[in-house]
Design a protein around this ligand. Structure first.
Ligand SMILES: Cc1cc2nc3c(=O)[nH]c(=O)nc-3n(C[C@H](O)[C@H](O)[C@H](O)COP(=O)(O)OP(=O)(O)OC[C@H]3O[C@@H](n4cnc5c(N)ncnc54)[C@H](O)[C@@H]3O)c2cc1C
Length: 305
């Protein structure tokens, strides 16, 4: 359900070239859920992004978006500027064999690109339906592979529009989590990455086909969802815990726990963010009551309550 936040329709906001006001975000998410962005901008390239940031009033809150495959945007929308990097899509192999990819390259495209050139360790990206920028922010991973395992360096942009190169040592990296070590980096976003993989004679495209087949068997492909809602607790599987609470198929409004994979919540029609959050509270309470385990959301919840 799309709900307009009246506070987001401020026609007095000065518009920056290429920017849109009160922009509906639901269509930009894999759940098709969420309110509007007060200001929205999708740069065509890094120069365009830098120029936008230089002109954005300094106090404006910033939110970054890739393909919206791991976000729950609240019904009241997002204050400030939402910047979607999905159009920054340069990708190429460098002379030394490493790969450069901009934030908007899709994980699926990158997996195929690197695998075809003889680097099958990149195949794990194939079924992750987001961008490389989102994968860097989440340390996305699948089937034993993880984004930051292969990072040589990243390029970032700060809110003043200045770009920098950062190394692995600048971040604390863990399971589905990446945080900059220095407070000054907190407002930086990823604009590009250099990955390095070992060359291999194994067929990367075969590996991709196999990984996609496994996903087809275990995940509710073809439904509106955000992938795994919860991180796996140490030594446990969130899906197993939720299933053991007899919650498969349980629904609030049009938000429903998948019958196929209990760590997936599906929007079966017109679910709103409030339905999803209420369902998540139910899941967390039941798992806590039964197992004494606190589930932590993998999905990023954005916007005001
Ligand atoms: C069907 C399905 C299957 C999935 N399977 C997996 C899986 O196997 N493994 C896995 O790890 N994830 C999986 N996911 C979740 C999701 O695809 C990944 O987390 C992905 O990396 C998110 O990328 P995105 O571009 O969609 O990011 P978004 O959802 O748009 O954003 C996610 C977070 O990253 C931030 N962000 C986005 N771009 C940038 C940027 N350029 N700079 C800084 N921050 C940024 C956002 O602010 C937000 O906090 C799945 C999702 C779906 C729908």
């Amino acid at each position: 359900m799309l709900q307009e936040n009246p506070a987001n329709n401020d026609s007095s906001l000065p518009l920056i070239t290429g920017e849109q006001l009160a922009y509906a975000l639901a269509p930009l998410t894999s759940w098709r859920i969420g309110g509007v962005a007060e200001r929205f901008f999708s740069p065509i390239d890094i120069e365009n992004l830098s120029d936008y940031l230089k002109r954005l009033p300094a106090h404006t809150p910033l939110t970054w978006l890739g393909l919206g495959s791991n976000v729950l945007i609240r019904d009241s929308g997002i204050k400030g500027a939402v910047i979607c990097t999905k159009n920054c899509k340069q990708v190429y192999q460098q002379e030394d064999g490493s790969f450069f990819a901009q934030a908007g390259v899709t994980c699926a495209k990158f997996a195929r690109f690197a695998s075809k050139l003889g680097f099958p360790d990149a195949a794990f990206f194939a079924g992750i339906p987001g961008t490389i920028g989102g994968a860097l922010a989440m340390n996305a991973g699948a089937f034993g592979g993880e984004t930051w395992e292969w990072v040589e360096l990243v390029t970032v942009i700060n809110r003043q529009g200045h770009t920098y190169t950062r190394s692995l040592q600048d971040y604390s990296i863990a399971y589905r989590s990446v945080s900059p070590k220095h407070p000054a980096q907190l407002e930086e976003a990823f604009i590009g990455v250099v990955f390095r993989f070992p060359k291999s004679s194994l067929d990367g495209m075969d590996k991709i086909r196999e990984l996609l087949r496994k996903r087809q068997q275990t995940q509710p492909i073809g439904t509106l969802n955000c992938g795994s809602v919860y991180r796996n607790p140490p030594g446990e599987f969130a899906a197993k815990l939720i299933e053991a609470c007899q919650l498969k198929g349980y629904r609030i409004g049009d938000a429903q726990i998948s019958e196929k994979h209990a760590n997936f919540i599906i929007n079966s029609g017109a679910a709103c963010a409030h339905d999803v959050e209420t369902l998540m509270s139910t899941i967390e309470a039941k798992v806590w009551d039964r197992f004494g385990i606190k589930l932590h959301a993998e999905v990023r919840i954005l916007g005001q309550k």
